[in-house]
Design a protein around this ligand. Sequence first.
Ligand code: GDP
Ligand code: MG
Length: 461
Amino acid sequence: MFDVISDRFDGIFRRLRSRGKLSADDVEEVAREIRRALLEADVNVRVVKDFVNRIKERATGSEVAQSLSPAQQVIKIVHEELAVTLGGTTGHLSSSAKPPEVIVLVGLQGAGKTTAAAKLAYYLEQQENKRVLLVAADLQRPAAVEQLQVLGQNISVPVFTQPTTPEEVAIAGRQEAERLGRNVVIIDTAGRLQIDDGLMEELNQLCKKVVPDDVLLVLDSMTGQTAVDVAQSFRAQVDLTGLVMTKLDGDTRGGAALSVKEVTGLPILFAGVGETTKDFEAFHPDRMASRILGMGDALTLIEKAEAAFDAEATARTQERMAEGLFTLEDFLDQMQQVRKMGPLSSVMGMLPGVPKELRQAEVDESQLGNIEAIIYSMTPAERKDPSIINGSRRRRIALGSGTSTQAVNGLLKQFTMMRQMMRQMNGAKSKRKGGKGRRGAGVDIPGFDLSGLDIPRPPGA
Ligand SMILES: Nc1nc2c(ncn2[C@@H]2O[C@H](COP(=O)(O)OP(=O)(O)O)[C@@H](O)[C@H]2O)c(=O)[nH]1
Ligand SMILES: [Mg+2]
């Protein structure tokens, strides 16, 4: 996601950090580099101009000149302005006075509407305890209805349809939701390959009849500035309340996401970040800015983790981690839990402080069966303390599990990685809860504040 722009900013900031005071020329040069990076990422020219001007203005002001670390200050400014460009504050769905809440998804063919309908349903059920009814109002292709039915079945959300007209299905769907006691209705509509009047007419008819609380335009972020143009055309003809950017996982440049709010004034509310139904997030401009600038995104990760982990298992793990007892058996358990959060590779990308190489490492998810076999082929002592697994033990384990020594090595490496990951998550979490963490001192003595003392942490704490 956003690799091109992340890489470029990474380079710019690295050069910046190596400087002490910043001269006017330095600021000018950084602004030029940022401009080039944004244009390369296919960001709208006007948006780039505004952005660079804001950076220049703030970077030449006293806020930077008086700062102890001018480079750091510039990075902070870029981060803040990036968040502004992405929409500023986090947007929300309109809440309806009288349930059910009706959400209509519109967009071009292939943008990801049907997928987004199911993803949003899953998201609202999981994160907001809503009870959703999906409505298939794309009646142009029979396969479209079937696609939604299959997706709905996978997430156990009912799907309503009937072979009439889109607006009649939508109205009947709303009544069905009332009958079933569902408090959200998500209506999937037909797209076209291009914007045309027939489509707009159809959507306007539908919206006039069902009076939706939200009309979300689904945009394929991989189409770059075309997506922004599409948004402009739709906005001119349909009353939109927000945007869903799909396929951000395949978008190396990010030009659409970085332009569309400023150009259209419409907030991005959600992002599709992968093919499975779980790969869907509320769009937080500030967190997205952090992710683009390689600052990680601990909060989104924690939310995902909280949704996936049951509290008890998390508490147990944290205890075991704290006591340095985390074993390969826990690893197996955790691995299965983490997989619930989505592809491991996307989880890694959100961790602050994880080296870029590690973030981009291919994590082969089909290997879980092997991993299980390998762990089961270990003795209890080996599972508890993998450091005793020497060459001959590795060969024995490989034979016993029907895998190879490379596979065993790979697993042990992943285990180490996982341990590091869990530690980071626990760290980020205790910070967010407002606790001071265990600054400096690794020892807590009731009644004494040891945070000012430089007591080394005991190993493993
Ligand atoms: N990688 C990825 N693929 C997506 C995402 N959203 C949708 N797709 C794929 O895009 C294609 C079109 O999606 P679909 O929902 O059928 O589009 P629709 O015509 O607008 O309903 C499908 O193959 C989806 O799997 C996403 O966020 N990431
Ligand atoms: Mg569709």
